[in-house]
Design a protein around this ligand. Structure first.
Ligand SMILES: *Cc1c(COP(=O)(O)O)cnc(C)c1O
Length: 284
């Protein structure tokens, strides 16, 4: 189990149903195989092109910047990813050569692991190398650190974002309104002041946010912090995470309730990832 104090401090003491606690607390059921819950539910291994680079969708290459995260989410779809042999590491050449060769790649996505586990000097080195590739138009960063360890979003990091030669998109991963506090608000404000577009993607998680009020509150609270909802994912059926699964019917009902209660721009796209599909599939 790995949880930063900043995140743990937002849990309600003594409440074993706390929605933040449930995201990080190990459970013995994780050891029991469940049919349909597999090692690589989204087909990452099929889209691996070079060490630390996944190319699954048109125009976007994803870098496994590091295997490390600041928090171990029990539902993580990459919890069995072979990070030990497959993250970007110090030798950027194979990934850069691939991106250079594939002139349709307009967007590089820093993912992992959590790219903000790299220090800003390492990020700057990576950004510097990428800036030599002419066909890149955007940089996207998927990170949970602004939420779980908001102090990581420091002046150096924001100065780096601000100085990048492309528009920067930051996608934070928050699943519950209670994950926000004034520290998180501050981290998001700093990134926006540095020019980043900040979006949120969430996972629908049983007993954590699978009810109308929690989801409405998540969208309202994140927007109050300056974040626009992006995706609401159905759970990726990864080995060990079966206890978080919800039915598609419930997901659709909840999504309908969001449409009824929120302005259109606060309704996230309800999607499911299917290995081999050319985009994240809308749930219909
Ligand atoms: C999810 C994902 C993306 C980004 O998809 P968007 O629909 O653009 O958010 C890119 N590459 C990989 C490998 C992904 O899993």
């Amino acid at each position: 189990m790995l949880v930063p104090r900043a995140y743990a401090s937002r849990m309600q003491r003594g409440n074993r149903h706390d929605p933040l606690l449930l995201q990080v607390l190990p459970d013995s059921s994780e050891q029991v195989p469940v049919p349909g819950f597999v090692n690589d539910p989204v087909g990452d291994s099929q889209s691996r092109q070079t060490r630390g680079l996944l190319h699954k969708y048109h125009g976007r290459a994803l870098l496994i910047s590091t295997g490390a995260c600041a928090v171990h989410c029990r539902y993580c779809f990459r919890q069995h990813y072979p990070y030990a042999n497959d993250h970007l590491g110090r030798n950027l050449e194979p990934a850069l050569a691939y991106i250079e060769r594939q002139s349709d790649i307009a967007e590089v996505i820093l993912s992992g692991g959590d790219p903000l586990m790299l220090d800003t000097a390492r990020l700057a080195e990576l950004g510097g190398r990428l800036s030599a590739v002419e066909h890149i138009r955007r940089l996207r960063i998927h990170t949970r650190l602004p939420v779980v360890l908001p102090d990581r979003v420091d002046q150096d990091f924001c100065a780096w974002i601000n100085a990048l030669p492309w528009p920067v998109v930051v996608v934070i991963h928050a699943n519950h309104g209670a994950e926000f506090d004034s520290q998180v608000d501050g981290a998001i404000s700093r990134m926006r002041a540095a020019g980043a577009h900040v979006f949120n993607q969430a996972v629908l998680l049983k007993d954590i946010n699978d009810n109308e009020d929690s989801l409405v509150e998540l969208m309202e609270r994140s927007f109050a912090a300056g974040v626009v909802p992006y995706y609401l994912h159905l759970l990726d059926r990864v080995e060990g995470a079966a206890r978080f699964d919800t039915s598609t019917e419930l997901a659709l009902q909840l999504h309908e309730r969001l449409r009824l209660r929120l302005p259109g721009y606060l309704v996230p796209r309800l999607v499911r990832e299917q290995a081999g599909a050319p985009y994240k599939l809308p749930v219909l």
